[in-house]
Design a protein around this ligand. Structure first.
Ligand code: GTP
Ligand code: MG
Length: 530
């Protein structure tokens, strides 16, 4: 059955206006026309700039040029240190470059971290000495070719196993745009981390390995290429840049036939996942390891048949989603740590925030004050939607915050609920199980991860006509669309999809597999919501 219809029926497409990735139309020098949030592209320095957010303290030895932001576990010991004491004025905010959050997704070993590392290297922030050090370290671990990935994979476990576990973060700038790269893990055990990374992203780089056998493994049922694409769409990643990677590999050797084969197989699948391939998807061949077709167009001697853009050109041309800086403030908390106070991390989904603002942490209703704001490693006074922030708060202890809580405006706080109505698209249930009242799953909605129970199936939706089916429904099977009532044990902060798509779209997972995607249509609270 064709899932595309049903996903479209659920209108999981981003509510934002999705512009076309048109490289020729919006080359860097013409970028003014595509900037929505920060209209003025002035103030862009000529040199590209990159900052890596380290995942652990080991990665931040003094010889490294790369600034590292600690990974989840180590954050308490590695506080916000590398803060440049620059503060922005409102005027500076208006003049600064536009900002985009980019998540790299795709099957394990497709080359996501290698590409991330190469982007940083090509941007001149990682010096040759550091690369040589990583080469030696990779060799010692018998992982010679992994040295580029070591720029993003900063902790010991990741380096010795050669897989990304936690989402790596890095920052780099082109002439027109500041990018936050979120390097998601591809391994199936870490899909929840990928979900967290993708939920913070505006656009995705889907990495596909062209190496013989690798494309096939990633693409087949159970491979993460499919699962990631579906999740990305559900999580609001409205555009995809599909990079066909490892084109340098001896089994590929920049073969046009191989590239075309992959593109022709991916297109119907992307369509069926809800992407408008003409408008929102751009394919290009690259080699992350060698660094071809990334910052500059592929050499004709390497790839004579490619006349399209390179990755940086495509990134520069992507439109920034429209965001409302005047909406009620919403920042889902992804992580928190102590640093002479309580610091929370997350992406601003709605509204703006200013140093000194009074806000409320929901659902525990604690009034807090914004002591300081950090974008990347810079201290700022003011930040708009779309920014990945660290916010230092007074009035709350770090242990009183959980990821999934939402930093919210006081006048229009986000509501806390333990029940909601949702339209669900069932994908594939484990062992073709039936989906009925009493079904339990793990709910992922923005940064919330919470066990939930389907307490009632209200009615099924005809996937062809998209109309409700009047007949009483007791169970549904794979590929069905159904409206149901869902409960969680703890209060969670979510929104109706129509009000805040990013806070109202979710996935249900069972035993490590995504079984359904959905959108919230009605919020309810049962019992005491104190
Ligand atoms: P996970 O994070 O574990 O999902 O993997 P990943 O997608 O980040 O892949 P990673 O960057 O760790 O690379 C996996 C392997 O593929 C390494 O051995 C890389 O050297 C190799 N690789 C990545 N890109 C290329 C490329 O362009 N060409 C070739 N030949 N090998 C590559
Ligand atoms: Mg990786």
């Amino acid at each position: 059955m064709d899932i595309s219809e049903e996903i479209r029926a659920l209108q999981l497409d981003s509510a934002e206006d999705s512009g076309v990735i048109d490289v020729e139309k919006s080359r860097p020098d013409e970028a003014d026309g595509v900037v929505h949030m920060e209209e003025d592209a002035e103030g862009s320095s000529s040199a590209d700039q990159v900052h890596v957010a380290p995942k652990d303290t080991e990665g931040s030895s003094s010889t490294d040029q790369v600034q590292v932001v600690p990974k989840e576990k180590e954050k308490v010991e590695a506080p916000v240190q590398e803060v440049k004491q620059a503060v922005n004025t409102d005027e500076e905010v208006k003049n600064k470059k536009r900002h985009l959050n980019v998540v790299s997704i795709g099957h394990v070993d497709a080359g996501k971290s290698t590409i991330g590392g190469q982007i940083l290297f090509l941007s001149g922030q990682v010096d040759d000495r550091t690369i040589q050090k990583y080469e030696r370290e990779a060799k010692d671990k018998a992982r010679d070719s992994w040295y580029m990935a070591y720029i993003m994979d900063t902790n010991e476990e990741e380096r010795s196993k050669g897989i990304t576990v936690e989402v790596g973060r890095a920052h780099f700038e082109t002439e027109t745009t500041r990018f936050t790269i979120l390097d998601a893990p591809g391994h199936k055990s870490y899909v929840p981390n990928m979900i967290s990374g993708a939920s913070q992203a505006d656009i995705g780089i889907l990495v596909i390995s062209a190496r013989k056998g690798e494309f096939e493994t990633g693409y087949e049922k159970g491979g993460q290429t499919r699962e990631h694409v579906l999740l990305a769409k559900t999580l609001g990643v409205s555009k995809l840049i599909v990079v066909v990677n490892k084109m340098d590999d001896p089994t590929v050797n920049w073969s046009k036939e191989r590239y075309d084969e992959i593109e022709s197989k991916m297109v119907p699948f992307l369509k069926s996942s809800g992407y408008n391939v003409k408008k929102d998807v751009q394919f290009l061949p690259i080699s992350g390891l060698v660094g071809s077709n990334l910052k500059t167009r592929a050499d004709k001697s390497t790839c004579p048949w490619w006349n399209g853009p390179c990755l940086f050109e495509v990134l520069d041309a992507v439109e920034v989603p429209t965001r409302d800086p005047k909406g009620p403030f919403r920042l889902p908390i992804i992580d928190k740590f102590k640093d002479l106070g309580t610091v929370v991390m997350g992406k601003v989904e709605s509204g703006s925030v200013r140093e000194g603002d009074s806000l409320i942490v929901m659902p525990n209703r604690v009034n807090v004050k914004v002591v300081a704001l950090y974008v990347d490693e810079n201290k700022v006074r003011y930040a708009e939607p779309g920014e990945n922030l660290r916010v230092k708060l007074s009035g709350i202890e770090e242990e009183d915050i959980l990821s999934g809580f939402v930093l919210s405006s006081v006048s229009k706080p986000i509501v806390a609920v333990n029940e909601f109505i949702a339209q669900l698209q069932i994908l594939e249930l484990l062992d073709n199980a039936i989906f009925t009242a009493g079904y339990k799953a793990v709910l992922h909605v923005h940064s919330v991860v919470e066990e939930c129970e389907i307490v009632e199936l209200l009615h099924q939706i005809d996937t062809k006509t998209r109309k409700p089916i009047k007949k009483r429904v007791l169970f549904v099977k794979n590929n069905a669309a159904v409206v149901c009532r869902i409960q969680v044990n703890n209060l969670i902060c979510v929104e109706k999809f129509t009000d805040f798509p990013q806070l109202g779209r979710f996935t249900l997972r069972t035993e490590g597999k995504t079984v359904a995607v959905g959108k919230i249509t009605e919020l309810r609270t049962i019992g005491n919501n104190a």
